[in-house]
Design a binder for this molecule. Structure first.
Ligand code: PLP
Length: 398
């Protein structure tokens, strides 16, 4: 055919989230944006901290422009990596060196690099993910030459079903991706779950005599409510690669900035770090955006207003459950995972759409019968949508 069929298929078929987002724009033009309740996209709605913008201005005014906009080392600026390593050590005491940090263009790049670094194409390597899971995992795993294997969650709590997870591990298992706080459920995996998962991974690695890598996808780590703790995976399992991003924690998704941290206790940590560097090189993810590497070095302790998300969560969770919807109370991220009021989440989505409510059916996330409500939106929209959610529930009750 003269072109790559797989890439054509990926480019040709938009994700359901993007489809809905595009529909939202068309509908907004028809009836006015204020009348469309779009909960489709995970685009942060709280602004980046003021110090981010102040730092950008200061850098532009005071730094040598050629240096500021120039290439950094392929793995990232040494000072930025040191500052990140220092903060990780202060917070989690893992003793990581800057030489195990690799700067990337956000979590998507971090994941693609880590998978490419450990999966051996053509060897039948498998990667386990926990449903519900971020839909792009399938794309990233398959692009690295691996096969995606899905482990089902515990009913109602959406914690990991450790017995199911164990049953999915085979001699072909090369990597496991874990995402907490979770997109799309908002669930934070408990320490108990993390400990049990780590035990299984250690036991199975020993049994098969090969390392199983744990890839911790944590872009929502900072978005947690009421003091809930998110266990730092390296402290539980040595063979961990952390994929971090500032897209959500600093509301900078368009700036494409994040990092990979290779656990210092990982078997052959330096070798795996070099695999990360090689994978970054092969995928063209070298020299993450220079300006934003500098911004991160100055704003590593900055915080967004997480309380705004918590208030949205409380309003939606309290009201939706009062109307009769079932959903797990999310401890983090900015998603509500709501049981559809009929078996087919897609049909439910269509009926919600008739009320101008745009929610995402979650079949592609590996769980059928649920929709995702992204509440990273302004308060007026959240409150304004309540009568529509109520009317939709009444419609099913009649
Ligand atoms: N992982 C998860 C679970 C996400 O929800 C997202 C984005 O929404 C990403 C990774 C990609 O994040 P980034 O914008 O940093 O590439």
């Amino acid at each position: 055919m003269g072109y790559n069929q797989k890439m054509f298929a990926l480019g040709n078929k938009r994700s359901i989230i993007r489809e809905i987002f595009e529909y939202s724009k068309i509908r907004s033009a028809e009836i006015g944006a204020e009348n469309v309740f779009d909960f489709s996209l995970g685009n942060p709605s709280v602004p980046a901290p003021a110090e981010v913008n102040d730092t950008i201005r200061e850098l532009l005014d005071t730094k040598d422009s050629v240096l500021l906009h120039g290439y950094t080392s392929a793995q990232g600026d040494a000072n930025t990596r040191k500052i990140i390593a220092d903060r990780i050590n202060e917070k989690f005491g893992v003793g990581i060196s800057p030489n195990l940090i690799y700067m990337t263009c956000g979590a998507a790049a971090s994941l693609s690099i880590c998978l490419k670094a450990v999966i051996e194409e053509g060897m039948g390597d498998e990667c386990i993910v926990f449903a519900p899971f971020f839909t792009e995992y399938r794309v990233f795993v398959e692009n690295a030459g691996g096969k995606l294997v899905v482990s089902k969650p515990m009913e109602k709590t959406f914690q990991i079903d450790v017995a199911d997870f164990e049953s999915k591990i085979t001699p072909a298992t090369k990597a496991v991706i874990i995402n907490s706080p979770n997109n799309p459920s908002g669930v934070v995996y408990s320490e108990e779950t993390v400990k049990a998962l780590s035990e299984v991974l250690k036991r199975k690695s020993d049994e098969y005599g090969r390392v199983i890598y744990l890839i911790a996808d944590g872009p929502y780590r900072e978005l947690v409510y009421s003091g809930v703790e998110v266990p730092y995976l390296m402290n539980y399992y040595d063979n961990t690669l952390v994929c971090y991003s500032f897209s959500k924690s600093l509301s900078l998704p368009g700036e494409r900035i994040g990092y990979i941290a290779v656990a210092p206790k990982m078997q052959d940590a330096q070798t795996i770090y070099l695999c990360v560097c090689g994978a970054g090189r092969s995928l063209g993810y070298v020299c993450a955006p220079s300006l934003f590497q500098q911004v991160i070095a100055s704003c590593i302790d900055a915080k967004v207003n997480v309380e705004a998300y918590k208030e949205n969560r409380d309003i939606l969770y309290d009201n939706l459950t009062a109307y009769g919807y079932e959903c797990v109370r999310p401890d983090g991220a900015f998603y509500l995972f709501v049981k559809a009021l009929e078996e087919d989440a897609y049909k439910f989505y269509e009926r919600a759409k008739a009320h101008e409510l745009l929610v995402v059916p979650c079949d592609d996330f590996g769980v059928s019968g649920y929709v995702r409500v992204a509440y990273c939106t302004d308060r007026k929209k959240v409150v304004g949508a309540l009568p529509a959610f109520e009317a939709l529930a009444r419609e099913y009750q009649q």
